[in-house]
Design a binder for this molecule. Structure first.
Ligand SMILES: [Zn+2]
Length: 72
């Protein structure tokens, strides 16, 4: 049984989730020249993965599309 009250409750959860997701996306957005440490970073434009194997490595421009934004 779905009541309007439950529906609103569920929708507000979805909105909250989307808001948190967007905020996290901003926080974890990395740019060329940053040193995020070892790991695999994904180009936000084309999805190309860049692997950094040293903590002193800087993120290069995307080797595929030359975009400068990555997500971990
Ligand atoms: Zn790219």
């Amino acid at each position: 049984m779905i009541s309007i009250k439950n529906l609103l409750k569920n929708n507000s959860c979805i909105v909250l989730f989307l808001t948190q997701y967007r905020i996290q996306g901003d926080i974890f957005m990395l740019s060329t020249g940053e040193k995020p440490g070892k790991g695999v970073y994904t180009c936000t434009k084309c999805g190309q993965k860049v692997i950094l194997d040293d903590n002193s490595d800087t993120l290069p421009p995307c080797p595929k599309c030359e975009a400068t934004n990555y997500t971990p």
